[in-house]
Design a protein around this ligand. Structure first.
Ligand SMILES: [Zn+2]
Ligand SMILES: [Zn+2]
Length: 297
């Protein structure tokens, strides 16, 4: 019986990597283009799935599914009365209650995914007040990267918030999305899931289980966990970092692949709680793997 157990969320059986963006806007809220144009743009770029997530408005994707080979996921962005939350997998508008816990409860009761959006948006970098985020229950994840914030006030990157939440015991997956409003916002950030098939149900299930990575350009080919050893193979990473509780970097390797062994020191390692892998590639590209829980039985 090993003293240190790693709870690997990733698939060990058969799967296909599918690429998609979960956050995009159209003329039905403040986007500049029609759903048809947005869908055609993502399809041309080789995406496998897409969610149209207009502000407090459900765009009926079933109406557009016939016109594309991508899998369209029902979605909307709960916007009014508080910080923004993506609802994925529910074919209707969730009521934007000022009590965001009720919004999360509603999304969960209807079987959807809830993602806390762009936490570091706005001049105060605090769209989601941190203590408020810590108190929320039932979110699937948060946006560790939101593309549109590159041209707005705040920080597109929110891995700082992610590490703090994970360290406090809030187990959230990390997503990267375009939040596209204009043509130039498309293709900045996406998620790649390990799905058994290209159906909405299979894609949602993979997200729910953390079988995906978030990316702005680094491509992951393989992730393996064997006992206390974690290995990752990428196409184009130049640096791979292993990050644990409170954001401490436990190892950093300048290569497109890396292997790391969790030290056989259970007492010390018990306090690390998790390890997640962050990849840095050319031209500022990144990828974020989902956290692997460290357990000492
Ligand atoms: Zn938003
Ligand atoms: Zn948005």
């Amino acid at each position: 019986m090993p003293m240190i157990q790693l709870l690997n969320p990733y698939c060990t059986g058969d799967f296909t990597w599918l690429k998609g963006n979960l956050h995009s806007h159209t003329l039905f809220s403040d986007g500049e283009r029609s759903p048809e144009d947005v869908i055609a743009d993502y399809q041309q770029r080789g995406y496998d799935f897409l969610a149209i997530s207009d502000h407090d408005f459900y765009v009926p994707v079933e109406r557009y599914q016939q016109g594309t080979t991508m899998t369209l996921l029902p979605a909307a962005e709960v916007t009014a009365l508080g910080p923004h939350i993506l609802q994925i997998g529910i074919p209707l508008r969730i009521e934007p209650d000022a009590d965001r816990q009720r919004v999360l409860d509603d999304i969960r009761a209807r079987g959807g995914l809830a993602i806390l959006n762009h936490p570091n948006w706005e001049w105060h970098f605090n769209h989601f007040r941190h203590e408020f985020m810590e108190d929320l229950e039932g979110a699937t994840g948060l946006e560790v990267y939101n593309g549109v914030i590159e041209r707005l006030e705040g920080s597109a990157l929110a891995s700082d918030r992610w590490d703090r939440l994970l360290s406090m015991g809030n187990w959230l997956w990390g997503f990267a999305n375009d939040d596209s409003h204009r043509a130039r916002d498309v293709g900045v950030a996406w998620n790649v899931v390990q799905a058994s098939e290209a159906t909405p149900a299979a894609i949602l299930q993979a997200f729910r289980q953390g079988q995906f990575y978030a990316s702005t350009g680094v491509v992951i080919n393989d992730i393996r966990v064997d006992g206390a050893s974690i290995s990752i193979r990428t196409e184009n990473a130049q640096r791979i970092r292993f990050v644990s509780r409170w954001g401490v970097v436990r190892a950093s390797v300048d290569s497109e692949q890396a292997q790391w062994q969790v030290p056989d020191e259970p007492k010390q390692v018990a306090a690390w709680r998790y390890v997640r892998i962050e990849c840095y590639g050319p031209r500022g590209q990144m990828a974020w793997m989902q956290p692997i829980k460290i357990e000492i039985p």
